[in-house]
Design a protein around this ligand. Structure first.
Ligand code: NDP
Length: 245
């Protein structure tokens, strides 16, 4: 801890959970580096907390940019206490119509990006003997249904990566938290945020229902991201941080 609290690096901080987590941390007196492709979504928080809130452009599918941002942040702040791998998006489509490229893109976003950022920030956590890595998965990391095979595959991979990592880094005082949100009112289901694989008439009955749910999802998403952010903060403060939340 410094006089500006813990240092958080949050990916996908321009919207939804990422923004709520960044806001909860900075409001509580911590320092936050909020990253996203569209950093303008953080302008109000930066204006309100100019000495403890920073917005940095980062596409988490760009590995070289991840390394550059991580080393710049470590050079300027000396530490990252909490890494939140949150950036993500939905993808709906019949598995038969999901291309290699679509699957690879989703793995880049939900698995390879978080993995690279974790590797970039882990050594300083290990050397200091403290730190926390929060990986935002999904209920879809534990179960799946028609149209969600690609999304769920990436989240399940992130969860297993996290479980093994938790076992490895626990002895160094580093906590790993897997968060499995249910349905929350964010932009995840908004226009332009969700990706849809090509349609196939044979799968319309089941996959079409999932597509409709996502396309019209706004009214059915009951959760409040601010409450989830508060729960994440509490979990990280617990003496025995749970592995899953
Ligand atoms: P939002 O769409 O509101 O936010 C997604 C965030 O991810 C945005 O800030 C977006 O920023 C960022 N993002 C997307 N692609 C990239 C990229 N390539 N590089 C960097 N940032 C990126 O959705 P949520 O807040 O709901 O989603 C956050 C996480 O929560 C995701 O991992 C999602 O899978 C998970 N989740 C959400 C659920 C829900 O009900 N909302 C349920 C289960 C899991 P920008 O476009 O500016 O880069």
């Amino acid at each position: 801890m410094t006089d500006k609290g813990k240092v958080w690096l949050v990916t996908g901080a321009s919207s939804g959970f990422g923004r709520a987590i960044a806001q909860a941390a900075v409001t509580a007196g911590d320092t936050v580096i909020g990253t996203a492709r569209r950093v303008e979504g953080l302008a109000d928080l930066v204006a309100e907390y100019p000495d403890r809130m920073e917005a940095v452009g980062l596409d988490v599918t760009d590995g070289e940019r991840i390394d550059a941002v991580a080393s710049d942040v470590l050079a300027r702040y000396g530490r990252v206490d909490v890494l939140v791998n949150n950036a993500g998006r939905t993808q709906v489509g019949a598995f038969e119509e999901t291309t290699d490229q679509e699957l690879r893109d989703l793995f880049e976003l939900h698995v390879f990006g978080p993995a690279r950022l974790t590797r970039a920030l882990l050594p300083q956590m290990r050397e200091r003997g403290s730190g926390a890595i929060v990986n935002i998965s999904s209920f879809g990391g534990q179960l799946s249904f028609a149209g969600f095979s690609a999304y769920s595959a990436t989240k399940a991979a992130l969860e297993q990566l996290s479980e093994g990592l938790a076992d490895e880094v626990g002895p160094f005082g580093i906590r790993v938290l897997i968060v499995e949100p249910g349905a929350f009112r964010t932009n995840l289901f908004g226009k332009g945020a969700a990706y849809f694989s090509k349609e196939h008439p044979a799968y319309e009955e089941k996959v079409g229902a999932t597509r409709k749910l996502v396309q019209e999802g706004d009214g059915t998403q009951p959760g409040d991201p601010a409450k989830a952010a508060a729960a994440i903060r509490l979990a990280l403060e617990a003496e025995n941080t749970p592995l899953r939340l």
